[in-house]
Design a protein around this ligand. Sequence first.
Ligand SMILES: NC(=O)c1ccc[n+]([C@@H]2O[C@H](COP(=O)([O-])OP(=O)(O)OC[C@H]3O[C@@H](n4cnc5c(N)ncnc54)[C@H](OP(=O)(O)O)[C@@H]3O)[C@@H](O)[C@H]2O)c1
Length: 297
Amino acid sequence: MSLPVKTLKNGFSLPVLGLGTWKMGGDRHYNPDNDDQKDIAAIQLALELGFTHFDTAESYADGHAEVLLGQGIAEHERSALTIASKIWPQNMAYDNVIPSLRASLKRLNQEYLDIYYLHEANHDVPFADTAKALNEAYQEGLIKNVAVANFLPETFDKMQSHLQMPIVANQVHYNLMNREPVVHNMLEHAQKNDYLIVAWRPIRFSHRNHDAKDVWHKGEYPIVDEMAEKYNKTNIQIALNWLANQSNVVTLVKSSNPHHLNEIIQSIGWEMTAKDTERLTQEFPHQRHVSEAVPLS
Ligand SMILES: NC(=O)c1ccc[n+]([C@@H]2O[C@H](COP(=O)([O-])OP(=O)(O)OC[C@H]3O[C@@H](n4cnc5c(N)ncnc54)[C@H](OP(=O)(O)O)[C@@H]3O)[C@@H](O)[C@H]2O)c1
């Protein structure tokens, strides 16, 4: 299956669904007991199913998620893929950016990244310094595009003013429950400024700070159950389709489980009506206005 893409006016595009790698290889730190082969097999299955956008970060499992992603995509035609990684805020001083980027490329066994994200804003480092290094990395061909994550619109504008190239995406916590990006008018900001909102954590709602049930639990969110029944889909497929239906929005979902990946890919290729999409937007219960995972700044 070839996934539909969202294309910006400047020509940059991303498929509506991409594969995330948070928790592949460990948590924040590398887990030596991790089942690496399972994660690599999941990436390879995702490629077979039609995923072409893969997201990782230097901070995932101490960089081991990048190693697994590199191994998973090794046999695939590189030009058909969009590979994204992220630099952690503590590495955003001018002198640290290119060494961090080169270390990510080495772990991934790649010559370039399609997207290099600033993982969160670092307000202690002059934005001009970080941007200078990114401009150089772009000139050298080490990165094809720059993006940001968890940036408020005003922070986005400030960083953009120092960059030679357009920021193509802001990756933010956005799902049926977490509406913080909407509170900050980020969808409008993305549409107006021609970039994509990449919605992270689209289906997992539980978190160490609260006990919300994940979207796949039947009986927790009656409106999702109702839509799932109406369209003969699963709750996860409803939650992902809801995101994919929105202008300038694509999403990233993580799974290392083949059954889950097969379920996820079937979120696309059909559409809820605009009325049902709007009902989910309005009527989904327990909406949150501040991310419990990563705050915007
Ligand atoms: N920029 C940022 O600050 C930031 C922050 C967080 C995440 N992200 C990115 O966004 C990606 C997605 O977010 P996420 O991984 O946090 O959350 P998510 O994709 O919403 O949820 C992942 C969890 O859902 C489970 N799952 C997947 N499909 C399922 C299914 N069909 N049925 C039941 N469970 C299922 C996965 O377990 P299995 O593996 O067992 O399927 C995993 O535990 C990340 O991997 C990462 O690349 C970015």
